[in-house]
Design a protein around this ligand. Structure first.
Ligand code: KG4
Ligand code: ZN
Length: 338
């Protein structure tokens, strides 16, 4: 066998993705077909629509990933696929596609946990050694992981309700700002005064790394309604100040919990992944925490922070090197804690 090259397939939420990655950390292709436009009118991802779109697009996305890499199936050492957690129809479509390719081309199949894909990304992008600390913050997830090996993850804490991205999206909805909420709240916050409107810092008084963001959203709703009642409406400045206060509260909570995680487990690297890692204030707050703890802060490029096939191919390579192989009995799992 020549070089170790994997195809990775991801379809657990609203991105249909495939990528070709080598064991020496080269990303030969990374194709992502977003379904955002399909779900926009519904104000959230519709599982049935997502599953159908994945089933329609997977073959084409895989074909494009191979073409962009300039490779055929015979050049691959294996196929990795997200086997959960996620929206079950989409995960099933991906797993069936991967099984078809593996069986047809006689290639090994490796099922990958989507969260492990995110958590191992710093090893693909920067060759980071174990152990390291990972903060996964997206629209669906929020957790601190101590990563000690390709299959050795310890969850140090996480959200007990909403994920921060979800909270950003809900705040945007409350303020009639465009979706996805993260980028529009961040843009609005730029002109805002974070000190004018008081918002809570949920669970900050409780020890450990657990977090809560739904109370923050409810508090923002009350402040919005109080402003509307007092003034007869919301001004541009109110929106900006609410967004700034909200973003600062999220950044402070994440930073304080990261500080605790690093204090309990003093590892050389704090890494982030997930769409919320795009937020400049949150990044800066985490960077400062890492610097104070003498750790390196690492945020992969955004296209590798959000859902993609490269992280699945890479996690597949890592598992494959540990001897992992899956058969035609690989199941798609809606829930699959690390
Ligand atoms: O990782 P991701 O693309 O998808 C999953 O949730 O799996 O994350 C999307 C989430 C959305 O909730 C979006 O509002 C949030 O990440 N997001 C941001 C920013 N950009 C995206 N949140 C805060 N600030 C941003 N700049
Ligand atoms: Zn994800």
């Amino acid at each position: 066998m020549g070089e170790l090259i994997f195809l990775g397939i991801e379809s657990s939420c609203d991105d249909t993705a495939a990528a070709v990655v080598t064991a020496d950390r080269r990303i030969l292709s990374n194709v992502v077909s977003s379904q955002t436009a399909l779900h926009e009118a519904f104000g959230g991802v519709v599982p049935e629509i997502a599953a159908r779109a994945h089933a329609e697009r997977l073959d084409l996305v895989v074909e494009q990933a191979l073409a962009e890499a300039g490779l055929g199936l015979r050049d691959l050492a294996g196929v990795a696929v997200t086997a959960g957690p996620g929206l079950i129809g989409g995960v099933m479509a991906g797993v069936m596609c991967a099984k078809g390719i593996a069986a047809g081309a006689g290639l090994p199949l490796v099922g990958v946990n989507h969260l492990a894909g995110h958590a191992l990304t710093p090893r693909l992008t920067d060759g980071v050694e174990f152990p390291y600390l990972m903060l996964l913050v997206s629209g669906g997830h929020c957790q601190f992981l101590l990563v000690r090996g390709p299959e050795d993850f310890t969850r140090l804490g996480g959200t007990i309700d909403d994920a921060p991205g979800e909270a950003f999206d809900k705040l945007a909805k409350l303020l009639a700002l465009p979706q996805p909420g993260g980028p529009s709240v961040e843009a609005a916050a730029r002109d805002g005064d974070a000190g004018r409107i008081a918002l809570p810092r949920p669970l900050l008084d409780r020890p450990g790394c657990d977090m809560s963001f739904s109370g923050l959203k409810t508090a923002a709703l009350r402040q919005r309604d109080a402003l509307i009642a007092a003034q007869g409406g919301l001004r541009e400045r109110d929106r900006a100040d609410l967004c700034a206060a909200f973003q600062t509260a999220v950044a402070e909570v994440l930073a304080e919990k990261a500080r605790r995680a690093l204090a309990a487990h003093p590892v050389p690297v704090l890494a982030v992944a997930g769409g919320v890692a795009a937020n400049a204030q949150i990044r800066a707050a985490l960077q400062e925490v890492a610097a104070r703890a003498g750790a390196r802060f690492l945020a992969p490029p955004l296209r590798l922070c959000t859902d993609n096939g490269a992280m699945i191919a890479w996690a597949g390579i890592e598992r494959f090197r540990e001897g992992a192989r899956d058969g035609m009995d690989l199941v798609a799992r809606p829930r699959w804690p690390l």
